[in-house]
Design a protein around this ligand. Structure first.
Ligand SMILES: Cc1cc2nc3c(=O)[nH]c(=O)nc-3n(C[C@H](O)[C@H](O)[C@H](O)COP(=O)(O)OP(=O)(O)OC[C@H]3O[C@@H](n4cnc5c(N)ncnc54)[C@H](O)[C@@H]3O)c2cc1C
Ligand SMILES: Cc1ncc(C[n+]2csc(CCOP(=O)(O)OP(=O)(O)O)c2C)c(N)n1
Ligand SMILES: [Mg+2]
Length: 569
């Protein structure tokens, strides 16, 4: 059957199961938009192409399905760069489709021409320039296949205007992906399983390091079984939160720079680390030379390039985590490690006394209180929290207790401010039945707040909680600790967020006292449409504990113990 490149584009996406795309039109992609009217795919009109990529990313992380973003050439395509890099660092399956100037004009500095495949080469898993209609089908099918298989990641397909306009024979079967050099399905050798089992058997102080790969692989049940059989405690990365239930007795909490003190101490004192789908990010390890000095290490990981990249390991089991655990589990012996677990309990020491939740009410509104109250209100439902980057992101990780997979979406590796609002929109489109809460700083919100209009146009019930501290809080905290409180360029003059939301037709309220938090959250949940809440929190609050960049994992800056120290100590 003869079709245009533009028609083939939508038909391939549809046949690959794509139901929604996030995009913004322009000259070089207009033929594709013209052909959209014959497609069943729902197009969400964004307000900035960065928003489209974060929405596709949020969609992917909420659902496990590939998220698709569309933009025109030149500025449309370059506006996608931050979103593509964000998806790359967090292994999120996103396909970006960009229009390109006509193939004969390439290299002539034509109107709105940029070399977007050149620009995105280091921040995509793979990218393509398509100059002929008869390449559209094979390329798109490949792009989707590459994005979602193995270690997921963003793929960009740049399609010239003439390739969209020209016609050719469309043969779905003939366009099936054939990539002999691409091997996403590696599996470990029998000897490697044996070595791993022996290390587990001989370990008295093992810890599981649970990462994002568990969610990607869908291995939550297998991880739980491994922990329970071996009596092994579980520490989670930021992106792993939700991969193991927070309320499980073996759950320790988050590790790393802003992880709980006892979790980091446990890792430092362990004799075995079992790393599951995590990549030993520097936020997780602290100073490498002193990281878990007495521990053997087993790394279960799909991407061979991650093995021995940051941390040298004793055994690597390379392959899909769920499949590898299926092999391993029946041979893991039931073991009682209660001595080790009791010891870890002792490591908790005075942490509870230092916790802001347990301090006497000072009359101030703290972000940690807001987030903890929000968790109490929403924990029983199908809730997805999407956070931005900064202090509020860390308080969310500490005080919202994630029980279920894909219940937290956050930019970890790139730490992209402006991510939360559009990613929250993508999550809501992917899972309309879920309750979506965007928790965002006053700084990051202002980076992509134009997407409020997208929420209204799409009639999406997204809840937005601005943690408004009047500062670029996380940077202010670094200035407080490491730059003698020299608060250069971190105080923020903010607009009236309540009036701003109202201008978009979004219901809005401000909260200044703790007693207002719960009733306001309840009112927001009962309201049929989107709601924005401006939580005016304590301005100079600090995320504790903190491992300073480059310090050893056990050298944490702790919140002063109110029973022993004063703030001046
Ligand atoms: C302000 C700020 C502070 C931060 N502080 C912390 C902190 O205190 N603690 C912390 O943990 N993080 C922190 N982070 C996040 C940190 O930067 C990293 O993003 C995070 O630690 C990465 O977690 P991960 O390795 O689990 O996930 P990813 O980086 O997504 O890595 C996942 C790994 O799993 C592998 N994988 C994927 N699919 C599979 C599969 N099917 N089978 C097997 N393996 C698979 C991938 O190849 C990859 O190696 C912070 C970020 C910011 C912005
Ligand atoms: C796009 C981008 N620019 C700059 C930074 C550096 N940065 C990290 S956290 C932060 C402050 C965030 O402030 P806000 O959004 O108000 O959140 P808060 O830390 O106050 O909770 C900044 C500027 C970043 N992560 N992303
Ligand atoms: Mg702030």
């Amino acid at each position: 059957m003869t079709k245009t490149g533009a028609q083939i584009l939508w038909e391939c996406l549809e046949r690959e199961g794509v139901k929604h795309v996030f995009g913004y039109p322009g000259g070089a992609i207009l033929p594709a938009y013209d052909a959209l009217k014959h497609s069943k795919i729902h197009h969400v009109l964004v307000r900035h192409e960065q928003g489209a990529t974060h929405m596709a990313d949020g969609y992917a992380r909420a659902s496990g399905q590939v998220g698709v973003a569309v933009a025109t050439s030149g500025p449309g395509a370059t506006n996608m760069v931050t979103g593509i890099a964000t998806a790359m660092l967090d292994s999120s399956p996103v396909v970006c489709i960009t229009g390109q100037v006509g193939s004969k004009l390439i290299g002539s500095d034509a109107f709105q021409e940029t070399d977007i495949t050149g620009i995105t080469l280091p921040i995509t898993k793979h990218n393509y320039l398509v100059t002929r209609a008869d390449e559209v089908a094979r390329t798109l099918r490949e792009a989707i296949y590459v994005a979602r298989t193995g270690r997921p990641g963003p793929v960009l397909v740049d399609i010239t205007k003439d390739a969209q306009q020209a016609s050719c024979e469309f043969d779905w079967e003939a366009a099936r992906p054939q990539l002999p050099g691409y091997r996403p399905d590696l599996s470990p050798a029998a000897k490697e399983y044996e070595q791993a089992l022996e290390l587990i058997r001989n370990s008295k102080r093992p810890v599981i390091l649970a990462g994002h790969g568990i969610l990607v692989s869908g291995a939550m049940q297998e991880v739980r079984e491994l922990a329970e059989r071996g009596g092994i405690p579980v520490a989670l990365t930021l992106l792993g939160l939700g991969a193991f239930p927070a309320s499980h007795p073996l759950n320790l909490g988050m590790m790393g720079m802003h992880g709980e003190a006892w979790v980091n101490h446990t890792i430092q004192e362990a004799d075995l680390l079992i790393a599951l789908g995590m990549r030993f990010d520097d936020r997780v390890t602290g100073k490498l030379a002193t990281y878990a000095p007495n521990a053997k290490k087993i790394h279960l990981e799909i991407d061979p390039t991650e093995i021995n990249k940051n941390v040298k390991v004793d055994v690597a089991l390379i392959g899909d985590l769920r499949r590898v655990l299926h092999e391993l589990l029946p041979r893991v012996e039931m073991t009682d490690r209660s001595e080790w677990l009791d010891y870890i309990d002792q490591l908790k020491g005075d942490s509870a006394v230092r916790d802001i939740q347990n301090l006497p009410d000072s009359g101030h509104l703290y972000a940690a209180h807001v987030i903890n109250d929000l968790w109490r209100e929403t924990r029983d439902g199908d809730t997805v929290v999407v956070t931005d980057v900064g202090q509020h992101q860390m308080w969310e990780a500490q005080y919202y207790k994630h029980e279920k997979p894909r219940s937290l979406i956050t930019s970890g590796g790139l730490g992209t401010m402006g991510f939360a609002l559009p990613a929250g929109i993508g999550a809501k489109v992917a899972r309309p039945e879920a309750e979506v809460w965007v928790i965002v700083g006053d700084g990051g919100f202002q980076m992509t707040m134009s997407e409020l209009a997208t929420i209204v146009q799409e009639e999406l019930k997204v809840h937005i909680a601005i943690i408004n501290n009047g500062y670029l809080g996380m940077v202010r905290q670094w200035q407080e600790f490491f730059y003698e409180r020299n608060y250069q360029a971190t105080p923020l003059l903010n607009p009236n967020f309540v009036k701003l939301a109202e201008a978009y037709g979004i219901r809005s309220m401000a909260v200044t006292e703790r007693r207002q938090v719960v009733p306001t959250v309840q009112a927001a949940r009962e309201h049929p449409g989107p709601v924005l809440i401006d939580f005016k929190v304590e301005q100079e609050d600090t995320v504790y504990p903190m491992v300073a960049a480059g310090a050893s994992l056990h050298e944490m800056i702790r919140r002063p113990n109110p029973l022993e120290e004063t703030a001046e100590d």
